[in-house]
Write a protein that binds this ligand. Structure first.
Ligand SMILES: [Zn+2]
Length: 444
């Protein structure tokens, strides 16, 4: 402790009041009245390490006219209920390492500066409901043994709850986060309701032991977080980072004019990602999800390489990138190829180029195209023909190329196309037959 402690006993950590050398809790009634008379609105209060009963707290607040200035309350132990309704803290408040044995209600209080509650312990309920803090609030490593309410609170310069422990129900519904909130490594023992929250929020490596409902605006990250129950994310105008998230229960991700990255996510329960407005998914690389439904999303930039269960992915009303249209003349077989536009996975773009993804080989892409289940016929047909094309690229077998011609054209153009394709296939087969007769090895 960096203060002179009470002379009453070695066990008392309360800051000594001059000239008695005792803390406020151990002063005689007369001396206490004298000490309290020294306090005035807007001035410093220093109760560091002191054990504060409900009675002492109300006398201190009364002496400051309900408007203390800078408040040094580090390691204070509050033995009774703490109710701060109507109190305005005009200066910064430090409650680092404070202990609240009973209710801690900041409801109706106002903070003109910052409030630091790092490492504070709340044995009972904590309420920050509707509280306005102009500055920043820290609850880093704080332990909230019961329910913690932060609904409708306003944090002008943000909130930090890194490695904090919320053992009870925690709600932040309708809170405004100012410069954003950080919950890195936090643990939520019961349901977390973080709905209709405005501002950035980061839950990196957090542990949700029960259900979690998240929202944010601007930026939301739950990268490497673990959810033992359900994970429900609903955002508008937001970039969502769910890389490496692990969810045991159902996952619901509702995007409105937002984009999300699920790279490396492990989704054990049924998962749904739906989009409104211009919403896109940027990565499903290395995702493990046995049951994943995607709808209303722009998937034109979405990477799929390494997706563990392509057949478990259902795609509805989503848009994919289109391959370029045109014709290619090559010295290798096939010498002439006609490309029509078809839907393609973003992984295919740049395949074979310098910075190609090792997970996006033609073989793997063929498996992805064959496995994915788009609900509309056109995309389904495109993916089927893309699967053929990838197999052909992987194997360079002439008969696959012929099949591709036959199948690819037939699925896209219907009956007239099929006739044309048949003729083209016969012509191509004939061309191959003659060309293979001139020295090149006959493929088996
Ligand atoms: Zn004392």
């Amino acid at each position: 402790m960096d203060w002179v402690t009470c002379a009453h006993s070695v066990a008392c950590t309360g800051i000594a009041v001059r000239p008695s050398g005792l803390c406020l809790a151990h002063l005689s009634p007369d001396r206490l009245s004298e000490a309290l008379a020294q306090l005035s609105p807007g001035r410093l209060i220093d109760l560091r390490g002191t054990t504060v009963t409900s009675d002492l707290l109300s006398r201190v607040l009364e002496a400051t006219g309900g408007r203390p200035g800078r408040a040094r309350l580090d390691r204070v132990r509050f033995t009774g209920d703490v109710r701060l309704s109507g109190v305005t803290f005009a200066g910064d408040v430090s409650l680092d390492g404070a202990r609240f044995d009973r209710l801690a209600s900041f409801f109706g209080a106002r903070f003109e500066g910052n409030a630091s509650l790092a490492g504070a312990r709340f044995a009972r309920e904590l309420s920050f409901h509707g509280v306005t803090v102009r500055g920043h609030v820290s609850l880093d490593r704080a332990v909230m043994a019961r329910d913690a309410l932060f609904s409708q609170a306003v944090f002008g310069h943000g909130l930090s709850c890194e490695r904090a422990r919320f053992d009870g129900y925690a709600t932040f519904d309708g809170a405004r986060l100012g410069d954003g909130a950080a919950f890195r490594g936090a643990r939520f023992g019961r349901t977390l309701s973080f709905r209709k929250v405005s501002g950035h929020a980061g839950f990196e490596a957090a542990h949700f032991a029960a259900d979690a409902y998240l929202s944010a605006t601007g930026r939301l990250s739950a990268a490497r977080a673990r959810a033992d129950g359900l994970l429900d994310v609903a955002v508008a105008g937001c970039g969502v980072n769910l890389r490496g998230v692990e969810v045991s229960g159902p996952t619901t991700l509702k995007l409105t004019d937002s984009h999300a990255d699920l790279e490396g996510a492990v989704l054990r329960g049924p998962a749904t990602v739906s989009g409104r407005g211009t919403s896109m998914l940027t990565s499903l690389r290395q995702v493990e999800a046995a049951d994943l439904a995607l709808h209303g999303l722009d998937l034109s930039a979405c990477r799929f390489a390494g997706l563990a269960h392509p057949s478990g992915v259902r795609v509805k009303d989503c848009t994919f990138a289109l391959t370029p249209r045109g014709m290619r003349v090559s010295l290798r077989r096939p010498m002439l190829r006609w490309f029509s536009r078809r839907s393609a996975l973003a992984d295919e773009h740049g395949m074979g180029g310098g910075a190609a993804d090792p997970g996006a080989t033609p073989d793997r892409l063929a498996a992805l195209y064959a496995g994915l289940r788009p609900s509309d016929r056109a995309t389904s047909a495109d993916f089927a023909s893309a699967a053929w094309e990838m197999r052909r690229r992987a194997g360079h077998r002439w008969w696959l190329w012929v099949s591709w011609l036959l199948y690819g054209y037939a699925t896209r153009m219907g009956r007239p196309g099929a006739w044309f394709a048949l003729l083209a296939a016969i012509a191509a087969a004939a061309a191959l037959w003659t060309s293979t007769g001139h020295g090149t090895a006959m493929p088996r």
